[in-house]
Design a protein. Structure first.
Length: 362
């Protein structure tokens, strides 16, 4: 028995290290989406067309997963529809439209206000108490958000761009709320997160097709060269990067990571997405942030960390009902998982990506 305990602990240690590595890889992947997309937008491509290429391309890649989990269409149609419209199409469309007008880092930091909005939903809509630590996290996030947008100077960035980024945060909030209602089926089995991701992308692609009208897309732009970090790669290579790395691999790494880590730990690592995106935008796009934005970004992320780690655990029976936990994002059940971030970043109980990444900026 002693030898078996040692082997079990070694396996747990290995799984944790592997989970941390996968969570970091997911955050790195999600963080590169906005930096790769902005040169295409500045080149003349509509932001909605970039989003459509990303989501439709990823949906095609994940079609085999959708077929494997086709029973979800019958079992959870409302969950798949809500996830596709809000967590995929909504987060991505608002975020990409926002970064067309404001810096990538600012847009993503505002999107990371989503977890704070979840606590507002729990407190004022569900009328459930939240922990003091969670409230402190929200206070940090609100203060940081004020610094990021420079409210003392009448908003230091484009007002419409800030509003679009806040729209992404609202969609990320909806993504977490959906997760709280997507943990269990009638027979007690959680919907498989990979299946929810695959169908969410398919639904999102359908919605974005109607909204973005890709038949008006200037396909010739994909043959031209974009400028990023002093290099001039073909524009189509940036699309390939966005589809395969910042969407497909980012989501898959997130799913694998969250199964090896607790939801709060995975969520905290996912928050590194905002740091990655800000640094990459600084280096590759010369989008330098001032001292106020840096301090504000640190406060937003601190607030997200604090809110994530605030909940002591679900109330008795809450997990079985699939209810969200005040002061935290939904906890996983069986194959499900939870996270913060674009989105969105790591998958949650509904199988979603924290933002915008991702997600969310995912």
């Amino acid at each position: 028995m002693y030898g078996a305990d040692i082997i079990a602990r070694m396996q747990q240690s290995f799984d944790r290290r592997a989970g941390l590595g996968l969570a970091l890889a997911s955050a790195l992947a999600f963080g590169g989406s906005g930096v790769a997309a902005k040169p295409l937008i500045e080149q003349g491509m509509d932001s909605l067309h970039v989003v459509w290429l990303r989501i439709a391309g990823a949906a095609l890649v994940l079609l085999p997963l959708a077929w494997r989990h086709r029973a979800l269409v019958r079992e959870r149609p409302a969950l798949l529809a809500g996830f596709g419209v809000l967590a995929v199409a909504g987060v991505q469309a608002f975020y990409f439209a926002a970064i067309a007008r404001i810096p990538v880092g600012v847009g993503l930091l505002i999107e990371f206000f989503g977890p704070a909005l979840v606590l507002g939903w729990v407190r004022f809509v569900q009328r459930r108490p939240v922990t003091r630590q969670a409230a402190v996290g929200v206070l940090f996030a609100v203060t940081g958000l004020a610094c990021v947008v420079e409210v003392w100077s009448g908003l230091g960035f484009d007002a419409l761009g800030l509003l679009l980024a806040f729209g992404a945060a609202c969609c990320q909030c909806a993504y977490f709320v959906l997760a709280g209602h997507g943990t269990d089926t009638a027979d007690g089995a959680a919907p498989h997160p990979l299946g929810v991701i695959a169908y969410g992308l398919i639904v999102g692609a359908v919605v974005l097709t109607a909204v973005s009208r890709p038949w008006n897309l200037r396909w010739s732009l994909l043959g031209e060269r974009a400028e990023i970090g002093g290099a001039h790669p073909p524009a189509w290579t940036l699309i390939v990067w966005i589809v395969l790395v910042t969407t497909v691999l980012a989501y898959l790494f997130g799913v694998l990571a969250v199964r090896r880590l607790s939801p709060p730990v995975a969520g905290v690592v996912a928050c590194l997405e905002a740091v990655v995106a800000t640094v990459l935008a600084w280096v590759l796009l010369s989008e330098h942030l001032g001292a106020a934005q840096i301090v504000g970004g640190a406060l937003v992320l601190t607030g997200a960390f604090t809110a994530q780690l605030a909940a002591p655990g679900p109330a008795p029976g809450a997990g079985e009902r699939g209810e969200p936990v005040a002061g935290n994002v939904p906890r996983p059940r069986d194959g499900g998982a939870a996270s913060a971030g674009d989105g969105p970043a790591a998958p949650d109980a509904a199988g979603a990506p924290p933002g915008p990444g991702q997600p969310a900026g995912r």
